[in-house]
Design a protein around this ligand. Structure first.
Ligand SMILES: [Zn+2]
Ligand SMILES: [Zn+2]
Length: 1132
């Protein structure tokens, strides 16, 4: 067999003009690629081998048993009943479905298929990797990750190069066709399959591609189609998997190798000047001018190891490259959950097969997709679906029982049908295939110089059609090169044509692509887009804003690369041609540019004969190409938006508020209050509200604290009970501070917590609803779900089997020190003063709130309240204690205790200990009734109104002086309408009574809601820049870094009140207010309209900072987002 080290001369080494096919044949003999006897044996052997399952004639039942039982237990019936949840798999019967559920469940309920799925960059609140740091999307920048590689699969739709109906209209005519940069065989197949069934002409098809891997793969596919049996579907099935699947059944691989070996053998035995045609079926033939390189590639591949591990590894190295997570995230963003799962499955295993098909046999690597070093030949994002008509693909799938969700299954059936037709026509028609591995220019020159006479392509050869594909793009003067090379070879008939396309011209030409076009054009196109695709596109557009956290217009463009679909580019294109002297060129080559096309439309998704200025049209919304391969995204996005971000908010991220604000409201120190925190999150608002009461306050304060999330509710009960019952207030404050914020705590604190809580609970808690006295006059009562109580018992029991220190540290590091989060953290660090950078880094490393440099070795026990049952650290990796409090107060408190502002977590330590001591003291002294519940917000209101919570002191008659709905108003929670209608009935009639809350993500539904989306963004950037200049801009900082650094602050200088008003209007606020008997306050008395603006300022007031230092601590150190709007509703 061939020795891989043998140095073969390449075609280029041969003297010019002396290409001699005999030389190749001789070389072949020397290499002794295939022993004829061996080939013969192979052929016989391969005929005996059969795949046990493939091809699939219809969708198979997905009840696939474990590998070792495949033969005895595999269900061979067709799958007719789809899994209702995912529709990715079908079963023959209920019985099979039940049997298989255990296995299928994992996939069906996987995260990929979850409506909560979000791309990692959203989850991590960072810019996606595919956005350059300057946030300007440059279409000329390559997508990256392609890493060269051979394009073995085309990505453009196949072309019927003859299109007989619109041209010659003669079923008996002979055709000479040339695909001079063929890529794969799709256009050849489409052209042959599009001919009428009774076509009787001779076809001569030249298939050339300079990539020798492409050429020999095309050869193998044609040989398989022409030589293997068509009737049982083996020929199309072998061709299909050889073309598109990472692995094949061994029987398939052996069959492909055998027919190929026989072909090479027949070439070896040739003598004389002319190459004998090799038969494909009774009528057709093939000749292949295999260059030495092609043969070398072929032999090397045929000698690759037969065991699949290397192929899977090589594939994974490219497909699963961690650096490309965001790229895939972008693709997945547009997919429905089941399509996401299907794509992910394909990306992992690379098999074009029905989702539920038996894959046990697919263990034989398809070496033709790899280099001889085992590297995947293509880029990481090429997908076999690209280019095919997605509606036809889905139809083909449906005809065999597959649902559209099983998109690769549909593709399997579609390709099978196409290849089957192609194979049958190779048998029936008279087709002469001629394969070449040349540069297009070499091919043209060789024909014209009569060097291919032995291939039957003498100097007089002319073609009826020449497909030059995107060779027009290949050099800066591709048009000139292609036309001068190929015009002489075009037959002088009216129907003859050279067909090709420009892909990259838009980048070179001013206004060629929409993102390069003037703003006015851009805006106009956007308008058109909005009108055309209402409501679906508009909807997605708005939601995308949130996916990107409204980064910039440019960012959104980058996602919507396909925005060009609404851009009429015929004029810039005409200009592009003009600048390449097209007129002169046409005169010289005696060609004309067709005004009305006859082969392929002037643009994708445009009818063939449409004018050049025609715009793509879509049969229905599902065809819109912005959704990957025609899949529509709107509903998925909707689902995603409603899913919470991963990780829960055990620490608030909006500064604490005083919900009563006595001084600006009732101003009566004896008044009793009923206040409700409906979605409390942590205790910070309670701390702030209780501690802000005057020393002299003597009323009875009832505080309802609800949170639907068990771990949060649990922690709140633990912390309140500790504050109320640990005798030493100072110790109580310290224990609570660390339970709240430190990932590791001293062991004795755990004991303190356990004993105090046990004492507080006073025996087994069978009843979920209980009340306990604390201090002199206060009580804590709670009404919790069983899960919450279970969790409470678990975290307060000193269970030695619980989380180990090492496991907790590893888990904490996994989240906090994830390498993938480097860029995210760097962005934050970039904005910080050096000492703060160090302080933050230290906090992220150890997770302990203490003055910098304080001894912390005794903080060596995991804080179980921050970990889930299965040992996960429950917060998001960017969670930061500083975000829940007023940073100025933190620094002031630190200073008072001798800490420098640089030691900001030290300051925080002093600040919070003090606040918690005050709260502990007030719980003991004042009369406070805490009523804790663990219900969904609307359910809680219903429960109270229905009298179900009377036992915890919440009778139906209860009315609240303040109701804090937090950000339940956001549509990602329960939304404005549900929140207000549920809670307005429970608001007291008093003048000062108020419902407060805020909107965090309102701007996604409002144009101009965020600064970075507006036209004024440049002005805004200037404003922010001037603040930063004064604050902390290092010299010599490049613009990109600077922009990157200041972009989060844009909203801080952006007046958004009008847009917010318009947003509220669209939410149906007016009707809602009438319905609930409420009014929206212009003058607030509890919380300012925006973070950082004065309490009584107008709704248009901007956040304000007296000093540059304030600007820094609020924007950089605290990392606020500034787009939030707070609202107050009171009685009319
Ligand atoms: Zn399912
Ligand atoms: Zn079955």
């Amino acid at each position: 067999m061939f020795n891989g080290n043998l140095k073969l001369p390449s075609l280029k080494d041969l003297p010019p003009g002396t290409f001699n096919y005999q030389a190749v044949v001789d070389m072949l003999k020397e290499c002794n690629i295939n022993d004829p006897k061996y080939t013969e044996k192979m052929l016989k052997h391969s005929q005996r081998m059969e795949s046990r399952f493939s091809p699939f004639k219809t969708l198979p039942c997905a009840n696939v048993p474990p590998l070792d039982l495949i033969d005895s237990e595999a269900c061979r019936k067709p799958g007719s009943k789809a899994c209702g949840a995912c529709k990715l798999v079908s079963y023959c019967s209920k019985e099979c479905q039940n049997k298989h559920w255990k296995k299928h469940k994992g996939l069906c309920k996987s995260y990929m298929r979850s409506p909560d799925w979000i791309p990692e960059w959203v989850e991590e609140r960072r810019l996606p990797d595919f956005l350059p740091a300057n946030m300007h999307y440059d279409p000329a920048t390559p997508e990256g990750g392609s890493d060269g590689g051979s394009p073995l699969w085309n990505t453009m739709p196949p072309v019927d190069l003859i299109n007989l109906g619109s041209n010659e209209q003669d079923k008996t005519k002979d055709f000479n066709l040339a695909f001079v940069a063929s890529g794969d065989l799709r256009s050849v197949m489409k052209t042959v399959n599009s001919l009428p069934d009774d076509f009787s002409g001779n076809l001569k098809i030249v298939i050339n591609d300079q990539d020798h891997n492409v050429t020999w793969r095309n050869l193998v596919i044609l040989l398989s189609l022409g030589r293997l049996s068509v009737d049982d579907g083996v020929a199309p099935d072998v061709a299909l998997h050889f073309w598109f699947s990472l692995m094949m059944p061994e029987a398939h691989a052996v069959k492909a190798a055998a027919v190929n070996g026989d072909f090479v053998n027949s070439m070896q035995s040739q003598t004389g000047d002319s190459l004998k045609p090799y038969p494909l079926g009774p009528n057709s033939t093939i000749k292949a001018a295999l260059s030495l390189e092609t043969l070398q590639a072929y032999t090397l591949h045929m000698n690759m190891p037969r065991v699949g591990a290397w192929a899977q590894e090589g594939y994974d190295a490219t497909r699963m490259d961690p650096a490309r997570i965001d790229f895939w995230g972008r693709i997945y963003t547009f997919l429905r959950p089941s399509h996401r799962a299907a794509y992910h499955m394909y990306r992992r295993f690379g098999l074009v097969l029905p989702f539920g098909a038996v894959t046990a046999e697919f263990n034989f690597p398809n070496a033709s997709l790899f280099t001889d070093k085992g590297k995947w030949l293509q880029n990481d994002h090429v997908i076999p679906l690209q280019g095919w008509n997605i509606n036809e693909v889905i139809e083909a799938g449906k005809a065999r029982g597959a649902h559209a969700e099983d998109i690769f299954g549909c593709l399997y059936f579609y390709l099978f049908d196409q290849l089957n037709t192609f194979a049958k026509r190779i048998q029936k028609f008279r087709i002469e295939f001629q394969l070449f591995p040349f540069e297009a220019e070499t091919l043209s020159r060789s024909i014209q110089n009569d060097m291919l006479a032995q291939m039957d392509l003498g100097r007089c050869t002319v073609f009826d059609r020449i497909d030059v594909s995107n060779l027009l793009d290949h050099t800066s003067d591709g048009l000139k090169e292609v036309l001068t090379q190929w015009a002489p070879l075009l037959a002088e008939r009216e129907d003859s044509a050279i067909v090709g396309y420009f892909k990259d011209w838009g980048v070179l030409q001013k206004d060629g692509r929409i993102v390069n076009a003037d703003d006015a054009i851009c805006t106009e196109a956007l308008k058109v887009l909005m009108q055309k695709t209402q409501p679906i596109f508009r909807d997605s557009w708005d939601r995308l804003g949130k996916l990107y956290r409204g980064v910039t217009k440019a960012a959104t463009f980058s996602l919507l690369k396909e925005l060009d679909v609404v851009y009429e580019n015929s004029k810039p294109f005409a200009q592009f041609l003009k600048e390449r002297k097209a007129k002169h060129l046409l005169r010289k080559t005696q060609l004309q540019l067709r005004g009305v096309h006859r082969i392929v439309g002037p643009r994708l998704m445009v009818p063939i004969q449409a004018p050049h200025s025609a715009m793509p049209t879509f049969v229905d919304e599902d065809d819109c190409p912005m959704f990957v391969n025609g899949m529509n995204a709107s509903d998925i996005l909707q689902e995603q938006m409603h899913g919470p971000f991963k990780g829960i908010c055990l620490w608030g991220n909006i500064p604490a508020m005083d919900l009563i604000n006595l001084h600006d409201n009732e101003n009566d120190v004896t008044k009793d209050f009923n206040i409700a925190f409906v979605a409390t999150g942590d205790l910070r608002d309670v701390v702030k509200t209780v501690n802000s009461l005057p020393e002299t306050y003597s009323g009875h304060l009832r505080v309802l604290l609800n949170d639907g999330t068990s771990p949060i509710a649990c922690r709140n009960l633990v912390m309140l009970s500790l504050l109320g019952t640990i005798p030493d207030e100072k110790l109580a404050a310290d224990v609570v501070l660390h339970l709240w914020y430190s990932t590791f705590i001293p062991a004795e604190y755990l004991v303190q917590m356990a004993t105090a809580v046990a004492k507080f609970l006073d025996g087994p808690v069978e009843r979920l609803t209980t009340s306990r006295p604390v201090g002199l006059h206060s009580t804590i009562s709670w009404c919790y779900t069983p899960e919450a109580m279970e969790r409470l018992m678990r975290i307060t029991t000193l269970d030695p089997s619980s989380l180990s220190v090492a496991d907790a540290q590893n888990e904490y590091d996994r989240v906090r020190q994830a390498p993938s989060r480097r860029d995210f953290m760097d962005r934050k660090y970039l904005r910080l003063k050096p000492s703060h950078r160090v302080a933050l880094q230290e906090f992220r490393r150890f997770g302990i709130v203490l003055p910098f440099g304080a001894p912390n070795s005794h903080f060596n026990t995991p804080n179980g309240t921050l970990f889930s049952e299965d040992g996960r650290w429950m917060l998001r990796d960017f969670a930061d204690p500083l975000e829940g409090w007023d940073i100025r107060e933190i620094i002031a408190a630190g200073k008072a205790c001798g800490a420098q502002p640089e030691d900001v977590y030290g300051c925080f330590y002093f600040y919070l200990t003090k606040q918690l001591r005050i709260l502990a003291n007030r719980i003991r002294k004042l009369k406070i009734t805490f009523q804790l519940s663990n219900l969904e917000a609307c359910a809680l209101s219903k429960g109270i109104q229905g009298g179900h919570l009377e036992s915890v002191g919440l009778p139906p008659t209860v009315r609240f002086d303040r109701i804090d709905l937090s950000n339940l108003f956001d549509s990602s929670y329960i939304g404005l309408h549900a929140a207000l209608t549920s809670w307005a009935p429970l608001l007291s009639e008093s003048n000062n009574a108020v419902v407060v809350g805020y909107f965090m993500s309102w701007f996604i539904n409002e144009r101009n809601g965020r600064a970075s989306n507006t036209d004024a963004v440049v002005e805004i950037a200037k404003k922010v820049m001037s603040r930063h200049k004064a604050a902390n801009v290092r010299n010599k900082e490049d613009t990109q870094t600077l922009l990157y650094k200041i972009q989060p602050d844009f909203d801080a200088v952006y007046e958004n009140s009008k847009h917010f008003a318009s947003f509220l209007k669209k939410q149906g606020l007016e009707t809602l207010l009438k319905e609930t008997n409420l009014r929206l306050r212009e003058e607030h008395t509890v919380i300012p309209h925006r973070l950082g603006s004065p309490l009584k300022a107008s709704s248009a007031a901007l956040p304000s900072w007296p000093s540059d230092e304030d600007w820094y601590i609020y924007t950089a150190l605290q990392d606020n987002t500034w787009a939030e709007r707070f609202v107050e509703f009171s009685r009319i």
